[in-house]
Design a protein around this ligand. Structure first.
Ligand SMILES: C[S@@+](CC[C@H](N)C(=O)[O-])C[C@H]1O[C@@H](n2cnc3c(N)ncnc32)[C@H](O)[C@@H]1O
Ligand code: SF4
Length: 403
């Protein structure tokens, strides 16, 4: 326990210097959403679609370039510190398409020489063959959707790869990229705590510098939600779910990959810079079907969103140059709520002075003391951090603080 706390303290120190102080506008990232998958996984509610007849990748590429150009006009004078290709399954994109999108971004904004450029990939053998091309295009980090190191579970999750294939893809990824992460889903139906201990220990043996570990969530409207409602799919809840979470923190801490966010673990210095900018409330431009953006200018932060349907988005971009269907200024209160909601997910927590600067909010001392007394919050100078116990009841904690 002492070891865990010491490590946590080290990480807070590591993360404290905020990049926004070094740049007049703060850090800025570009997100590119590729909305297609080979098959729809039964637990997933991401904006992902299967097109058995294939798609015209050239048309989509032209639309990405056009929408990026539109966003450059909305976010002038920014420098890009990270780029993230997410999905859907971006590893279905040809390497030439990825290269052309990166060239477009470089032509529109200055891109930092050490920019983090991540691509999410599914670990099938077909996709692993594209890794060399992605590296040549400029991608320097991959995030693989391994999900489980157990073939029966992969099948139950509707995945298209086996454990063997995932391990082969991981080995290829490590050969091509400086930075490699992979995702696992745990607290799955029928999974025993002991089995997760073994699986996670195995995973930690393969981990490079980053791991995303998600507890299975039942998302509304998915086949898993229907099975859950019918009682044919059950997942751990309450004390059992907490035991899975605690075990995950314990094993990752011991392996030198502590959590820097509720579900994300990294060796110090290997945190996903792109994802950090969402949680720290920095700006980003998101292009592609269903992507969201946060852009600040003249002291006003705007929330933007584009059409979700791939074909609807394509048609809109071909007609007016972008797929925007939402563009609203966030009130100071909305911004402060968002900062609380995202920032408390991070081990480094939030800066109360920044919160105050956003909407004048001063958190009530009595309430803070109560939450500290309950072991859910801790204070480190100007920072407020959720403890491990706090992360387990984060929704409640945020509601209490936002009240
Ligand atoms: C955009 S998705 C995946 C990218 C890629 N298409 C893949 O499946 O590997 C990002 C991650 O979210 C996680 N995820 C998606 N739905 C989830 C759910 N219902 N519960 C827990 N984790 C989920 C998975 O681990 C997944 O890898
Ligand atoms: S989990 Fe990944 S592969 Fe599966 S449907 Fe969602 S985005 Fe597609």
């Amino acid at each position: 326990m002492t070891m865990t706390l010491e490590r946590a303290r080290l990480r807070e120190d590591f993360l404290l210097p905020e990049t926004r102080k070094q740049e007049p506008f703060g850090v800025f990232g570009v997100y590119v959403h590729w909305p297609f998958c080979l098959a729809k996984c039964p637990y997933c509610d991401f904006n992902s679609h299967v097109r058995h007849g294939g798609i015209d990748e050239g048309k989509f590429l032209a639309a990405y370039r056009a929408e990026l150009t539109h966003f450059a006009s909305l976010a002038p004078g920014r420098s890009v510190s990270s780029i993230f290709f997410g999905g859907g399954t971006p590893s279905l994109m040809g390497a030439n398409t990825v290269a052309a999108i990166l060239e477009t971004i470089v032509a529109l904004w200055p891109v930092a020489p050490d920019a983090e450029i991540t691509l999410e990939a599914n670990p099938t053998s077909v996709e692993a063959k594209r890794f060399a091309g992605y590296r040549a295009a400029g991608v320097n980090r991959v995030s693989l959707g391994v999900q489980a190191f157990d073939d029966a579970s992969l099948k139950a999750l509707g995945r298209m790869h086996t454990t063997q294939e995932a391990l082969a893809a991981l080995a290829i990824a490590k050969r091509h990229f400086e930075r490699v992460s992979f995702d696992l889903i745990y607290a799955r139906q029928g999974q025993a705590l002991l089995a997760w201990r073994e699986e996670l220990n195995r995973a930690l043996g393969y981990a490079h510098d980053h791991l995303s570990l998600y507890q299975l969530t039942i998302e509304e409207g998915t086949p898993f939600a229907a099975r859950h409602a019918a009682g044919t799919l059950t997942i751990p809840t309450g004390t059992r779910a907490r035991a899975f979470y605690r075990l995950t923190q314990e094993l990752c801490d011991a392996a030198g990959l502590p959590a820097y966010e509720v579900s994300n673990h990294a060796r110090p210095g290997a945190e996903s810079r792109h994802n950090l900018l969402y949680w720290r409330g920095d700006d980003y431009a998101g292009v592609g079907p269903g992507a969201h953006s946060r852009l600040t200018s003249g002291g006003i932060k705007r929330a933007l969103g584009v059409r979700k349907s791939p074909e609807g988005w394509l048609a809109a971009v071909e007609t007016v140059g972008h797929g925007l269907e939402q563009d609203e200024a966030l009130s100071p209160q909305e911004q402060a709520d968002e900062y609380l909601l995202m920032g408390l997910r991070l081990a480094e927590g939030i800066d109360v002075k920044r919160l105050q600067a956003i909407d004048g909010r001063i958190l009530e001392e009595k309430r803070l003391q109560e939450l500290e007394g309950q072991g859910l919050l801790r204070r480190r100078e100007d920072r407020l951090q959720a403890t491990e116990a706090g992360h387990l009841v984060l929704d409640r904690l945020i509601l209490e603080l936002a009240a």
